[in-house]
Write a protein that binds this ligand. Structure first.
Ligand code: NIG
Ligand code: FE
Length: 408
């Protein structure tokens, strides 16, 4: 992960929506003819700065209504994430909110947020459901993602997270909710092809290892890939379960055990680390990124963009946290937000590299040194974005997060 090829004075040849060639600019003259492109069809764009592969945000909860400012304030005076969740705040507050909103309203809000993620360089964005927790509201969220995926210009990857929390109507009947997930919700999501993967919040007090195994086994039976919110707050064997099930990724991992590190190191499951979440929740510790990498695990970084534990849209900010909080080298932080993040979505061969055959998703960062991408903490240095070979229109200024909407 620490090896990053950096070309100076480089050129990239794009053919349609794919990269055809990349190399030194001195070798670029006439290169189009090797690809049988007529000179008249060539369009030249000169840029100054550092060109990165489009960033891949492999973990977001971008479909939500209002921000959760009360939770934020309660944590500031010492209440824990779990205590707030147990007394009416937390995920269930966003669930009430999302259930009350129309699909169109959620499309409008999410469109603004995706445009802001894109303006920070994320050209491929995973988006989870999980604020519906009943069939109708979960499908509503997934349809929001499908409609926005069709609009472009970012590539969206939908994940079903019906097991994000136990809904209030099943509070004391969790086993029945697990049955509903396995027998009705997962089959419906798979039938309508509304998601490519299924995720579970596997954490003591939410879904146990046994429940998570049952849900993800049902998901696999219906042809979905699996992912896991694992060992976020307390270590409980989530990473080991992810490796056992051949999950695409195990995410969070601040409480991962030694056995969990070994399990990920010897499996293709990607360890997705979310340092902005730990920072925002006021935690003083982080996932053991160095130990994971040194053991041989593939590590990715993501924003976890959501209203409760990580209201940030900036992968460059998360990369900077990767360097200063997780001990990643700058090159590792870049790999973690591109190649490895693509692998966490099952897209390793298609996205996250500037190489022939890869999607022509590119991000220009205003910088003299490539390491600046993970340095300017909290300012957006992204100056241009291309997806599928096409320039994305500059975002409306100021960027909107739709946070003016009233609280549910
Ligand atoms: O990844 N941990 C569970 N899910 C989210 C938080 C969602 C929320 O608080 O709304 C997470 O941190
Ligand atoms: Fe999450």
């Amino acid at each position: 992960m620490a090896e990053l090829e950096v070309l100076r004075d480089a050129a990239v040849l794009i053919d349609g929506d794919r990269i055809a060639w990349v190399g030194p600019r001195t070798e670029a003259r006439g290169i189009h003819s090797a690809f049988r492109m007529p000179r008249s069809a060539l369009q030249m764009v000169e840029v100054r700065g550092v060109l990165f592969p489009g960033f891949v945000d492999c973990h977001t909860h971008a479909v939500f209504g209002a921000p959760r400012l009360d939770d934020h304030q309660r944590r500031a005076v010492g209440e824990s994430y779990q205590a707030i969740a147990a007394t009416g705040g937390g995920i269930l507050q966003s669930v009430r909110d999302v259930r009350d909103r129309t699909e169109d309203e959620l499309v409008a809000l999410t469109r603004l947020r995706l445009a802001t993620l894109l303006a920070h360089g994320s050209t491929t964005i995973e988006v989870k459901s999980g604020y519906g927790l009943d069939l109708e509201a979960e499908l509503k969220q997934l349809r929001v993602i499908r409609r926005l995926a069709a609009e472009g210009p970012a590539t969206l990857v939908a994940t079903f997270l019906g097991a994000h929390e136990v809904p209030p109507e099943y509070r004391d009947r969790c086993a029945e909710y697990v049955r509903l997930l396995c027998e009705e919700m997962i089959p419906a999501v798979a039938r309508e092809r509304l998601a490519g993967a299924c995720d579970v919040f596997c954490e003591p007090g939410v879904f146990s290892i046994a429940e998570s195994r049952a849900i993800l086994t049902a998901a696999r039976r219906h042809g979905l890939a699996v992912k896991l919110h694992a060992d976020e707050l307390e270590g409980a064997g989530g990473a080991e379960l992810a490796a056992e099930l051949g999950a695409l990724s195990a995410d969070h991992l601040a409480g991962i055990s030694e056995a969990g590190i070994r399990a990920l190191a010897t499996s293709p499951t990607v360890a997705v680390l979310l340092p902005a979440t730990m920072l925002f929740l006021g935690k003083r510790h982080h996932a053991p990124a160095r130990r994971l990498i040194d053991a041989g695990a593939a590590v990715a970084l993501a924003t976890d963009f959501n209203p409760g534990s990580s209201p940030t849209v900036s992968l460059p900010f998360v990369m900077a946290l990767g360097v200063s909080q997780l001990g990643l080298r700058h090159a590792e932080a870049v790999q973690a937000a591109t190649v490895n993040a693509a692998a966490a979505l099952g897209l390793a061969g298609a996205r996250g590299q500037i190489a022939p055959g890869f999607a022509a998703d590119l991000v220009l960062v205003e910088a003299a040194d490539w390491r600046e991408v993970a340095y300017w903490l909290g300012t957006n240095r992204v100056s241009a974005v291309w997806t599928g070979g096409l320039a994305c229109p500059p975002p409306a200024a100021p960027l909107s997060l739709g946070f003016h909407v009233s609280q549910a």
